[in-house]
Write a protein that binds this ligand. Structure first.
Ligand code: PDD
Length: 283
């Protein structure tokens, strides 16, 4: 988009937002990121997103680009300069710039970039549309809990979904268990009415939207179980949906060739999307 980005200490026009070609993010995908939704001019769940960013940097030994409060000022200033009311901020921290060597030096000066993305405000009725997902093998590495910019399997999977006319691809591990979507967390509602999403482990990203939905569901006395579920179980579920900061909650009405439930958006998906939108109005 046009607009103002933040690049390593400076606010610059989108067309001038360049990084060095020996940035390790560019050469090795040696970096981490966050996508934080902006709703009504406010950041949604900024605290948990920045906590996750801290954790991703710590796991990879990337030096934080500054203090939490400095980062918050940069995010707010990027929103202000862009008059960003609805959309998201993409923030990325790479290990930094150095002559290309696989082994990195400790304590490199990291590079922070922030880009705004404008979007029409999310509408409640979007959560009433049913989406189709395909299943694909999960060919990612074994630390998918770290939000790194190394996303080749994810983008290949999402492209495959798009070519099949589907909205998302759900990945399955060697045991046939669903891990997550290429850019979202996966959920089902069993025939017994339990809400299931995979437990947090190294196989999935600890989604911030996932966390919020679990809390909202529990507040509403919906039984939530964090456990792995198989693709077969998902195909026999009463409902299915996926969540992310930008998609919020998307009901799934078909997985591969299997119709989910009665092929319509289910009541639990609808209710949870409603609760999420109500909470957004109060951020
Ligand atoms: N992706 N799993 C994966 C692999 C993701 O990339 C994402 C988010 C999620 C959901 O996490 P959250 O609820 O914190 O957004 C789960 C972002 C939106 C992206 O890459 O654009």
């Amino acid at each position: 988009m046009s607009g103002i980005c933040y690049v390593d200490g400076q606010y610059v026009a989108h067309g001038d937002a360049h990084v060095h070609m020996e940035d390790r993010g560019y050469q090795f995908s040696d970096g981490v990121y966050e996508v934080i939704a902006v709703y009504g001019g406010k950041l949604v769940d900024a605290g948990p997103h920045l906590d996750r960013l801290d954790r991703s940097m710590a796991e990879l030994g990337i030096t934080p680009p500054g203090s939490r409060s400095a980062l918050e000022i940069i995010l707010r200033e990027t929103m202000r300069r862009n008059r960003l009311i609805h959309g998201s901020l993409y923030l990325q921290v790479t290990r930094g710039v150095a002559r290309r060597e696989h082994a990195y030096s400790d304590g490199m000066r990291s590079v922070l970039t922030v880009a705004p993305r404008r979007a029409t405000p999310p509408v409640r009725s979007a959560s009433l549309n049913g989406h189709r997902v395909i299943s694909i093998p999960d060919i990612r590495w074994q630390r998918c809990d770290i939000k790194t910019v190394a996303l080749l399997p994810n983008i290949m999977g999402k492209k495959q979904a798009a070519l099949a006319g589907a909205a998302e691809a759900w990945m399955t591990d060697a045991e046939g268990m669903v891990t997550e979507g290429t850019s979202s967390n996966a959920w089902i509602v069993t025939q017994a009415g339990e809400l299931i999403t995979r437990q947090l482990d190294h196989g999935i990203l600890p989604g911030i939207t996932r966390r919020a939905i679990i809390a909202y569901a529990r507040e509403r006395q919906i039984k939530v179980v964090e456990r792995a579920f198989s693709l077969d179980e998902a195909k026999q579920a009463r409902e299915a949906f996926y969540t992310s900061a930008t998609a919020i909650l998307r009901p799934v009405v078909q997985i591969d060739d299997a119709k989910i439930g009665d092929g319509k958006v289910g009541p639990i998906a609808k209710a949870l999307a409603d609760v999420y939108f109500d909470a957004l109005d109060n951020v």
